[in-house]
Design a protein around this ligand. Structure first.
Ligand SMILES: [Zn+2]
Length: 308
C-alpha cells in the first residue's frame, strides 16, 4: 500500500504571532518524528499545489474567497476573528493546504499504487464554514477535497471522519444537506465552538464526549455510532479530519486519548476503506497542540495508513 505525504514549505511560514498554539513547528514535528521512526522514506512525497478559485468555489462563495485574499496583509497580522490571523504568508499556505487535498484525491483515484495520502498542512480547515473563517481556519481543506472527489471524479458516496477534539462545524455547515456525504464526528462538548448539532440518521453522526473521557468512552462511541453508519453507507472514499488535540497531553482540551487510541481509530478507518473503497483514504492534519503528543500520534496514524 503506497501512501502519499503532501506538504509545502509555505505551511511552515504561516504564523499567527508568538505563543499562538497553531504554530509552524507542528508540521515540522510530524516530519521529524517520521524520520525518527524510519517511516519518512517509505512515503511518496509531493509538494502541494495551490487550490484554484474554481476548486475552492465548490464549497465557499466567491465573496469569501475574495475576502480572505483581500485581508492578506503586506506586513504584520490581520485578524479575521480573535484567534485567527493572517500574516503575509498565510494566503499562500491556505491555498496550498486546500490544494493538498485536491492532489491527494487525484492521486488515490488515479488507479496507481497510491491508495492513501496524508496532508501534512496548516492552516487547518474544519472550522471554516461556507462564508466564514474562524478557529484558526480559512478554507475548509477536507471539504475542498471531498467536493473535488464528488464533482471532478463523479464519486457518489464519500465519508468524512473527524476525530479532532473540536466539532468540525465548518464541514458540517458545508455538507449538512448533501446526501452524498456521511460525516462522522467525535468531539468534547461543551468546548469551542460551543455547538452540538443533532445527528441525522445515516448522514451526520455526532458523538459529543464529556471532559475527562478516555479511550474506552471514545472507542465505545465510535463502535456504537460510527461503524454501523459507515457499513450501511459504503463510502467509495474515506476522508479523515485528523486532529490530535483529544490527546491527554493537549493544552486546549480535556479528553484523555493516547497514541494507542489514534492507532485504533485509524485501523477502524482502514478496515472500512478496505471493505468498501479499495483501501482509499485521504487524511489531513487539523488540530493537535502538544508537539510531542502531536508528533507521536500522527506518526502512529501514518504507520497504520501504511500497514492496516
Ligand atoms: Zn481541534
Amino acid at each position: 500500500m503506497s501512501v502519499a505525504f503532501i506538504s509545502h514549505p509555505a505551511c511552515r511560514l504561516h504564523q499567527m504571532g508568538a505563543g499562538h498554539p497553531e504554530q509552524p513547528a507542528r508540521v515540522s514535528a510530524i516530519a521529524d518524528q517520521l524520520h525518527g521512526r524510519g517511516l519518512f522514506d517509505f512515503l511518496v512525497h509531493h509538494d502541494a499545489p495551490r487550490a484554484t478559485v474554481e476548486q475552492l468555489a465548490r464549497v465557499h462563495p466567491r465573496e469569501h474567497i475574495e475576502q480572505v485574499s483581500q485581508k492578506s496583509p503586506e506586513e504584520g497580522l490581520a485578524y479575521l476573528d480573535p484567534d485567527t490571523a493572517m500574516c503575509p504568508d498565510t494566503l499562500e499556505a491556505a491555498l496550498r493546504a486546500a490544494g493538498a487535498n485536491v492532489l491527494a484525491v487525484d492521486l488515490v483515484l488515479s488507479g496507481g499504487s497510491v491508495r492513501r495520502a496524508f496532508c501534512n498542512v496548516r492552516p487547518p480547515g474544519h472550522h471554516a464554514e461556507r462564508d466564514r473563517a474562524m478557529g484558526f481556519c480559512f478554507f475548509n481543506n477536507v471539504a475542498v477535497g471531498a467536493a473535488h472527489a464528488l464533482e471532478a471524479h463523479g464519486l457518489e458516496r464519500v465519508a468524512i471522519l473527524d476525530f479532532d477534539v473540536h466539532l468540525g462545524n465548518g464541514t458540517e455547515d458545508i455538507f449538512r444537506h448533501d446526501e452524498r456525504v456521511l460525516l462522522c464526528s467525535s468531539y468534547q462538548y461543551p468546548l469551542y465552538p460551543d455547538m452540538n448539532p443533532p445527528s441525522v440518521p445515516g448522514r451526520i453522526i455526532n458523538c459529543p464526549l464529556p471532559a475527562g473521557s478516555g479511550g474506552g468512552v471514545f472507542r465505545a462511541a465510535i463502535t456504537e455510532h460510527w461503524l454501523p453508519a459507515l457499513e450501511a453507507f459504503r463510502p467509495q472514499l474515506v476522508f479523515i479530519s485528523a486532529g490530535f488535540d483529544a490527546h491527554a497531553a493537549d493544552p486546549l482540551a480535556d479528553l484523555r486519548l493516547s497514541g494507542t487510541d489514534y492507532g485504533w481509530i485509524t485501523e477502524q478507518a482502514c478496515q472500512v476503506a478496505n471493505r468498501h473503497a479499495h483501501g482509499r483514504i485521504v487524511s489531513t492534519l487539523e488540530g493537535g497542540y502538544d508537539l510531542p503528543a502531536l508528533a507521536t500520534s500522527a506518526a502512529t496514524h501514518i504507520d497504520k495508513l501504511l500497514h492496516a
